[in-house]
Ligand binder design. Structure first.
Ligand SMILES: Cc1ncc(COP(=O)(O)O)c(C=O)c1O
Length: 353
C-alpha cells in the first residue's frame, strides 16, 4: 500500500479536525457585515481577551490583516521599516505600495530579528525633502529566517524606542503562538508593547481559513472600514469562525509537538553530506541549505515529491520544511530518509549514530 504523502510545504496545508467540521456544521450564524454573526463576534471578543486588547477583527487572511494595519498606521509617501526577508515585503503582492502608498525600508538581519541598533539608523531624519518613516513592522516568528523567535527584551526594546521616536509598531504575528510557546509566556505578554498584532488561525493552529487583527477599539473600528474596502466583509462567516474558536482555544497547547518534530527533522537532515541547517530550529520551521549537494533546491524538491515528501524550494540553495498537526514523528522519519536518498550521499564521515 502506498504511504501517505508527507506534506511539509507549510503549516497552512492542515485539514480541519473532525471537531472543527462539526462546529462549522452547527455554527450559529448571521450577517457579519451587519455585525450580526454571533460566532464571529464571539471569536473576536475571545481574541481581544486572549491578547489583552480592547478589540479584534476577523479577516480572511494574514495578508489582509497586515495590509489593513499598515494602512491605518501610515500615510501615503511614508516608509515602513521591516526585515529584508519579511513576509509583508516579499509575499504580500506589494500591498504596502498598492494600498497604502508606502515603500518598504528593508533591513537585513541574518536571523530575521531586528534590534533597535539595526533599526534606529534607518529612521528618516525629520527633513521635509526625505520620505518619513511611518511604521516599524516586526515578524515573530520570522518565517523565512527559519521560524526564529524574538527574544522578549529585544522585542520590547524595539517597541519602546520606536514609540519614543513617535513611531507605531505592528506585529506580523502569523505564528505568534509558536513564539509564545518557546518563550513560555502568554501571547498577551509577548505582544504587549506592539500597537497592533495580526495572527493567523489557518497556520499552526489548524483552522481552514482566517486571521485576526487586534488593537485598540479605535484602531479596530477603522480596520472594519478597510476590511470592507478590500472585499473582506463576509456574510455568514460564523461557519469559519466556529473552526477558528477551536483553533484559538485548543491548538496552542500542542504546538510544542510540532517544534520537537522540526528539531527531529533538523537533526536527521543535518547529518547528510552537502546539507547545512540554518539556525537552531526554535519552532516548526526548518530551512536548510543544499548548495553542497550539487543540486538545486528545486530539483531536490521535485525528486522528494517522487518519494512522497513535499517541501518548498525558497531559492535555488534553500529548502523550507514546516511541521504541523497533520505530520507525525513517523512522517518526519520518512522525510529524513527521502532527503538522504535524494541527496544520494548518505551521512557525513564521522557523524555519530
Ligand atoms: C509571517 C507571515 N505573515 C503573513 C502571512 C500571510 O498569511 P495569509 O497566507 O493568510 O495571507 C504568512 C503566510 O504564510 C506568513 O508566513
Amino acid at each position: 500500500m502506498a504511504l501517505p504523502v508527507t506534506d511539509l510545504r507549510s503549516d497552512t496545508v492542515t485539514r480541519p479536525t473532525p471537531e472543527m467540521r462539526r462546529a462549522m456544521a452547527s455554527a450559529e450564524v448571521g450577517d457579519d457585515v451587519y455585525g450580526e454573526d454571533p460566532t464571529v463576534n464571539r471569536l473576536e471578543a475571545r481574541a481581544a481577551e486572549i491578547f489583552g486588547r480592547e478589540a479584534a477583527i476577523f479577516v480572511p487572511s494574514g495578508t489582509m490583516g497586515n495590509t489593513i494595519a499598515v494602512k491605518i498606521h501610515t500615510r501615503p509617501g511614508q516608509e515602513v521599516i521591516c526585515e529584508q526577508r519579511g513576509h509583508i515585503f516579499n509575499y504580500e503582492m506589494a500591498m504596502l505600495a498598492h494600498f497604502s502608498g508606502c515603500v518598504a525600508r528593508t533591513i537585513a538581519a541574518e536571523d530575521g530579528i531586528l534590534t533597535w541598533a539595526a533599526i534606529g539608523r534607518w529612521i528618516a531624519p525629520k527633513i521635509y525633502y526625505r520620505a518619513q518613516t511611518g511604521l516599524v513592522s516586526l515578524e515573530n516568528t520570522h518565517n523565512m529566517a527559519g521560524g526564529t523567535v524574538y527574544p522578549q527584551d529585544i522585542f520590547d526594546d524595539v517597541c519602546d524606542q520606536a514609540h519614543a521616536a513617535g513611531l507605531p509598531v505592528h506585529l506580523d504575528g502569523a505564528r505568534i503562538f509558536n513564539a509564545a510557546t518557546v518563550l513560555g509566556q502568554p501571547v498577551a505578554t509577548v505582544t504587549k508593547k506592539a500597537d497592533s498584532v495580526m495572527f493567523c488561525l489557518s497556520k499552526g493552529l489548524g483552522a481552514p481559513v482566517g486571521s485576526l487583527l487586534v488593537g485598540s477599539r479605535g484602531f479596530i473600528d477603522q480596520a472594519r472600514i478597510y476590511r470592507k474596502s478590500l472585499g473582506g466583509g463576509m456574510r455568514q462567516a460564523g461557519i469559519l469562525a466556529a473552526a477558528g474558536l477551536i483553533a484559538l482555544e485548543q491548538m496552542p497547547a500542542r504546538l510544542s509537538e510540532d517544534h520537537a518534530n522540526a528539531r527531529f527533522l533538523a537533526e536527521g537532515i543535518a547529518d547528510i553530506t552537502g546539507v547545512r541547517v540554518i539556525g537552531t530550529v526554535q519552532t516548526n520551521i526548518l530551512v536548510f541549505n543544499v548548495a553542497g549537494t550539487g543540486q538545486t533546491s528545486y530539483d531536490i524538491c521535485r525528486r522528494l515529491a517522487e518519494h512522497g515528501v513535499l517541501a518548498s524550494g525558497i531559492d535555488a540553495d534553500h529548502i523550507r520544511m514546516v511541521t504541523h498537526m497533520d505530520v507525525d514523528r513517523d512522517a518526519c522519519a520518512r522525510a529524513i530518509k527521502a532527503v538522504q536518498d535524494v541527496c544520494g550521499c548518505g551521512r557525513r564521515a564521522g557523524a555519530a549514530d
